[in-house]
Design a protein around this ligand. Structure first.
Ligand SMILES: [Zn+2]
Length: 372
């Protein structure tokens, strides 16, 4: 290994691949001290450059995000980030443009580990302390971890919107509206009235008059792939379910339809467990097997899985986040169907991370709750 006198940026770039992250960081620190440079700036610079060369090698995002053209010239290089100019539409872009990671310059390995911990369902505290012990990230607080986990879940949820083919079975389920984590409660049954916190189990009569329900439209095709969409409050008609899902049909000409509707009962109402429980458990993936099932059985299984995921694993999800968590669940479930195994190896997680960057989906705060 080089002595520290020989350290320069080029050598550091080689070290980033060879050394464990904390050791690499230490080398950057020595280099910055020696050259009287700002450590954090230097670390960002080398990390970003390394991230960019990984993307170049993998051929990720080397086309124009606006028009898809692959003809470009290098427009400028600023802080080691190459900015391209598209020869067809003359817009400029970088390999990071429009992706969820655009503004945050973390090391590739930190991202992959973060995604892994999110998918494995680690708590926020766990994620924070693992990042600290493995990568020395002591500047990442609880709030940052919460936000980033949510951003990744959001992007995966967007990526879950696939096209279904062959025979598609559509159905709807309703689950109780939840405002977990909110300070002021809204009465969705009557906006003018107060919505009281619910405790314990309600009588059937009280539940029918007091509780608002959210409807989730679900569709499963003959390969076992599914789509789940939150379509709004209250009971929805079969036509509403069909209209909400018809865009996801590969061939919307002749899909036979069957409708039924069930109401899901929560095992217990408003548990005050913090939202830090397992997101998806390994057992879930092990057990998931839809081969040889009839479409209606697959649909029933999907409904049972949603119920378990939302009401038990997550200890109830706030309705405002329901769409994201449901989409995340759908993405992971379809991934399992495609690959026939759990996404638990580093290679699997990395491939999902690459898909996330390739999708160029960014987190948007603009949410549509108009229907709720
Ligand atoms: Zn272009």
């Amino acid at each position: 290994m080089e002595t520290f006198e020989q350290l320069n940026r080029h050598a550091l770039l080689e070290l980033i691949e060879k050394l464990p992250y904390p050791d690499f960081k230490h080398a950057v620190q020595l280099f910055a001290q020696m050259e009287k440079l700002d450590f954090h700036q230097e670390l960002n610079l080398i990390t970003t450059f390394h991230f960019q060369s990984r993307m170049e090698k993998l051929g990720i995002n080397n086309t124009c995000p606006s028009c898809g053209s692959s003809h470009h010239t290098i427009h400028a290089i600023r802080n080691e980030i190459k900015r391209y100019r598209c020869k067809d539409c003359s817009k400029t872009y970088t390999l990071f443009s429009g992706t969820v990671i655009e503004k945050t310059k973390w090391h590739w390995d930190i991202w992959v580990r973060f995604l892994e911990l999110t998918i494995h369902g680690h708590s926020l505290n766990d994620i924070q302390s693992i990042l600290e012990s493995e990568f020395g990230c002591n500047n990442i607080n609880h709030k940052t971890v919460f936000l980033w986990r949510h951003k990744l879940i959001y992007v995966l949820a967007q990526m879950s919107k696939i096209r279904l083919s062959n025979y598609v079975y559509m159905d709807g389920i309703t689950i109780r509206e939840s405002q977990k984590g909110s300070r002021s409660l809204i009465n969705y049954k009557n906006l003018k009235l107060e919505r009281k916190p619910r405790t314990g189990r309600l009588s059937i009569k009280k539940e029918a008059t007091d509780v608002a329900f959210t409807t989730i439209a679900t569709a499963v095709d003959s390969t076992g792939h599914c789509i789940c969409n939150v379509i709004g409050m209250g009971k929805n008609k079969p036509e509403d379910i069909f209209n909400a899902l018809k865009h996801y049909l590969e061939d919307d000409g002749h899909t036979p339809l069957e409708f039924s509707s069930k109401k899901i009962e929560e095992p217990q109402n408003t548990k005050t467990v913090p939202c830090e429980k397992a997101i998806l458990t390994l057992d879930y993936f092990k057990e998931l097997n839809v081969s040889g099932m009839s479409s209606s059985d697959m649909s029933l299984k999907l409904h049972a899985d949603i119920q378990k995921f939302i009401c038990q694993d997550m200890a109830n999800v706030s309705t405002k986040y329901l769409e994201d968590y449901l989409g995340f669940f759908t993405y992971m479930r379809n991934w399992r169907i495609d690959h026939g195994r759990c996404p638990f190896s580093r290679k699997d997680i990395e491939s999902i991370f690459i898909e996330i960057i390739k999708s160029r989906i960014n987190y948007s705060k603009k949410r549509s709750f108009a229907s709720l």
